[in-house]
Design a binder for this molecule. Structure first.
Ligand code: ANZ
Ligand code: ZN
Length: 860
């Protein structure tokens, strides 16, 4: 027997597929149904890691499966190639971002090709190529014309390490998502995309995404955060401050609690606060103190409550004799609602915390069910549950919803406010003060203002001669690039030096793949052929960032007439991560991790122990964590490919756990997959047996096993339960042992079994499958062979005979397939003639069905 050698087989088949253009997708409709499968494209950081291996193998399994099922499959690949790390490399190592990026792309492309993924490489592009970002500038200008792009001075999250502005989504626990630096608030003029115009559409569209995880849809809905309430104006006691002659406008979702109002609070950035700060150093100092920390809501929510009593008072809208103090409070956000609130401490925790700190009144107005008005009290917890309104004049006795409606109606009748819908979602800040990004194609002219770069001058390309010896934006200090003549008046003018957030680059790449050479941003006919993406696969970390932006841009481009679909991704799957044990040295103060390659694992008295290979030093086995450089628990894919073959690596990452869960990398696991590959090969490595009469019964048994396998593997891929399908494949190899190749009496059934088995493993171990197919004399290549189809009669579980007992005595039986639902089994049992005779005149008290075993009927 010849041992299987992936080192020979794997490169041979990859070259064969590439030469034949096997995975090249055609934009011409050939009558087959289309299927667009896409994994989130990688950032070219340097090397492919195991997480990529899992992600791209998963997509590849689906791609190969759909192809075998007769679909015309589009499975492209590209590079999300702009962004900070390239500039960091430039600053740290003096390499040019462009060179760094393209070197990484070249290395990662080779690695991905090694992985044998069925990609149409003819469509590859990187977002940092002018051919791509120039088209992005084109649609950016179209959206500018549509009014979806604008500039405003805004409070921004400033990353003091990366020297750039960050979107709220990019601030995690108060720190920059890449640099990890504590973020500060700053005011700057920024470019924005008007995503809030699409807030309703983006919420409503979620209900059409029935092949998305509920979790992701919920996260998006919460992120957009639609709420309905009331906007109204407080009048001032005495003369109103300048500019606030119409009153102080607040937003509330709880107008039913208006009689529980205790004070009014405004954001530190509110115009009134700024006015007061300009006049008083004390107020100015307070406002400055509030500026510490990020602008995200979570940030502000968790910060210690700070307040400043302005001394100004406003009049309660429903009782002119009642006035409330106006405070400046750090927990009020300027960019939500109106930047001002009335506070009802009894029924809002933030208000309560604030009221307790500054000794402000707490008056309950919602009485919980079964509570007594005379004794109900608020301690340190606000009451936010259901109840009846009390202490509230005309609203007394109403339920919360009725009271809200009554308060809104009265406010509208008084012409002091109206019902309103408010969103948590902010417009998308897209300016970055960085070099390695898409230049914003706009020119600033003293005479003409903002002038879009004319179409025939696109793309606005990045200059290559830039320096990274100082922090800040290299485009701003470039000696010439910035200085141009105004396209409108011809006078001296300057280019915009901000570049676009890289999330803009990834918000439409899936549409560009339809035709990456199109002369405009999107080839509409090609996009109509391929979009929406039938199956998108990526990490859960993009649940609100990338996935929301891509949905918004798709809708905006649809309204611009560039696309026909409203939703880019019909199906979404979020895969788990690849994790690995960590190993630590014992005698160190700070955790000192050791690379797995330097570690020797053994078992001592049944306990796993780790030692340093070189010295035998005993190590601690740490937590299982996501593979990362800092934890030194990374396993390099190439090392695995070298040692066990690509197919073994692919099989292992798909076999070990459900795809939505994390998979823990282990040497034992990949070794097992490698052994399976070898055993499969051996199964095919035999001479056909001499012709013989077929044994009908045994052949039937094998055929049943084969068709059950086809059914199980097919359904496991369709349902993203790859690991369970692979378990069946492992099992089947053992079943085959009972039907050896030397047994001529089952040769026909065995031939059928091998042919099916080979096609079923092909998505997971495509190289091995080709070699086996060749060996068994299959027609052409397995990659072009149709997916096996199961015969439902053969795939059905055989019938079971379940005895039926009445009061403990066997009276009849039921024939049913294994797994038949209980209700059905119960009905069959009661209908059995032997059973019904013994039930005559009795009342059935209980029917106990032990699934696939027995039915007990209790009657008297
Ligand atoms: C009075 C009130 C009484 C409120 C009560 C709540 C409970 P959601 O539902 O999340 O949209 N609010 C409004 N604008 C704010 C801002 N700019 N910064 C901080 N808080 C603000 O939250 C709406 C509620 O959050 C509003 O309803 C307002 O407080 C507060 F028992 O008004 B409420
Ligand atoms: Zn001009």
């Amino acid at each position: 027997m010849v041992r299987y050698n992936p080192r020979d087989t794997e490169p041979k088949w990859r070259a064969a597929w590439a030469d034949a253009g096997t995975f090249t997708a055609s934009n011409a409709d050939d009558g087959r149904p289309k299927y667009y499968i896409l994994e989130m494209f990688p950032y070219p950081s340097g090397r492919i890691h195991m997480g990529h291996v899992r992600n791209y193998t998963m997509g590849d399994v689906v791609a190969r499966f759909k192809r075998a099922q007769g679909h015309s499959v589009l499975h492209p690949m590209g590079w999300d190639a702009f962004g900070m790390p390239a500039e960091n490399a430039a600053m740290e190592r003096g390499v040019h971002p462009k060179g760094w990026t393209f070197e990484n792309i070249a290395a990662m492309r080779e690695q991905l090709k090694l992985l044998g993924v069925s990609i149409d490489w003819s469509r590859e592009f990187a977002t940092c190529e002018p051919a791509y970002y120039g088209q992005q500038q084109r649609w950016f200008l179209a959206l500018l014309k549509r009014g979806l792009v604008y500039r405003k001075e805004a409070q921004v999250n400033w990353d003091p390490v990366d020297h750039t502005v960050l979107a709220n989504e990019q601030v995690i626990d108060g720190r920059g998502w890449r640099s990890g630096a504590v973020v500060e608030k700053r005011k700057l003029t920024q470019w924005f995309l008007r995503i809030t115009d699409y807030a309703d559409a983006l919420i409503d569209g979620l209900s059409t995404l029935d092949r998305w995880p509920d979790k992701v849809r919920l996260m998006q809905e919460n992120w957009i955060g639609r709420s309905t309430g009331l906007r109204f104006r407080f009048g001032f006691e005495g003369a109103p401050p300048v500019g606030l002659e119409d009153g102080l406008e607040v937003y509330t979702t709880r107008p039913d609690t208006l009689y529980g109002a205790s004070f009014v609070a405004i954001a530190p950035e509110h115009p009134l606060a700024e006015q007061l700060a300009a006049a008083s150093p004390e107020v100015a100092a307070f406002v400055a103190a509030c500026r510490q920390g990020g602008t995200s809501e979570a940030e502000i929510e968790s910060a210690e409550k700070l307040g400043y009593d302005t001394g100004i008072r406003v009049v309660h809208p429903f009782d002119p004799s009642w006035t409330l103090p106006v405070w400046i409070a750090n927990f009020v956000l300027m960019d939500y609602g109106t930047g001002a609130i009335f506070a009802c401490p009894a029924h809002d925790q933030r208000d309560l915390d604030f009221a307790r700190k500054y000794a402000l009144p707490v008056k309950p107005v919602v009485l919980p069910p079964n509570a007594h008005p005379a004794t109900f009290m608020i301690g340190s917890e606000a009451y936010t549950g259901p109840g009846t309104i009390f202490n509230s004049d005309f609203m007394d006795g109403m339920g919360i919803e009725a009271a809200k409606a009554a308060a809104v109606a009265r406010m509208e009748a008084q012409q002091q406010g109206q019902g309103a819908t408010v969103y948590r979602l902010r417009d998308w800040g897209i300016s970055r003060q960085r070099y390695w990004g898409t230049p914003i194609p706009v020119i600033h002219c003293q005479a003409c203002g903002l002038v879009p770069v004319p179409d025939d001058q696109l793309p606005v390309e990045l200059p290559e001669d830039v320096t990274f010896d100082r922090p800040g934006n290299p485009l701003l200090r470039h000696p010439t690039w910035r200085f141009v003549s105004c396209p409108s008046c011809g006078g001296a003018a300057e280019r915009e030096t901000d570049t676009l957030d890289t999330f803009v680059d990834s918000s439409w790449y899936f549409a560009r793949f339809a035709n990456p050479d199109a002369p405009g941003p999107i080839d509409k006919a090609a996009a109509d052929r391929w979009l929406p993406v039938d199956q998108y696969i990526g990490g859960i970390e993009h649940a609100v960032l990338h996935l929301l932006y891509a949905r918004f841009v798709t809708r905006a481009l649809k309204d611009e007439g560039m696309l026909s679909v409203a939703e880019p991704f019909a199906g979404l799957f979020t895969q788990g991560m690849v994790t690995h044990e960590t190993y630590l040295r014992r005698q160190s103060e700070r955790p000192e991790y050791v690379e797995p390659a330097e570690v020797e694992l053994a078992a001592e008295k049944g306990v796993r122990v780790a030692k340093l290979k070189a010295t035998g030093e005993a190590l601690d086995i740490g937590d299982v964590e996501k593979m990362s450089k800092s934890k030194k628990n990374v396993v390099a894919p190439e090392d695995i490919f070298d040692a066990y073959g690509v197919d073994a690596a692919r099989l292992f990452v798909m076999s070990d756990s459900p795809p939505e869960r994390d998979v823990q990398w282990s040497t034992g696991g990949v070794e097992g997959a490698g052994r399976f590959v070898g055993r499969v090969w051996n199964e095919f490595d035999v001479e056909p047996p001499p012709a013989a009469d077929q044994d009908a019964e045994r052949s039937d048994a094998l055929r049943r096993a084969t068709h059950k396998l086809i059914k199980a593997v097919t359904e496991s891929i369709e349902g993203f339960k790859f690991n369970s399908g692979i378990a069946k494949l492992y099992e089947f190899l053992n079943i085959l042992k009972g039907f050896p190749a030397t047994d001529g009496a089952v040769s026909a059934a065995r031939g059928e079994a091998l042919s099916a088995f080979c096609r079923l493993i092909a998505p997971y171990t495509p190289h091995l499958a080709e070699a086996c197919w060749e060996r068994m004399g299959g027609e052409g290549w397995v990659v072009n062979a149709p997916w096996p189809v199961f015969d439902p009669a053969l795939a059905a579980d055989s019938e079971l005979v379940l005895p039926v007992q009445v009061n403990g005595k066997r009276r009849g039986e039921v024939r049913a397939a294994a797994g038949t639902p209980e209700a059905e089994v119960r009905a069959l049992a009661l209908a059995d003639s032997g059973v019904s005779v013994h039930l005559a005149g009795l009342t059935v008290r209980k029917v106990i069905v032990v699934p696939d075993r027995i039915i007990n009927i209790v009657a008297n």
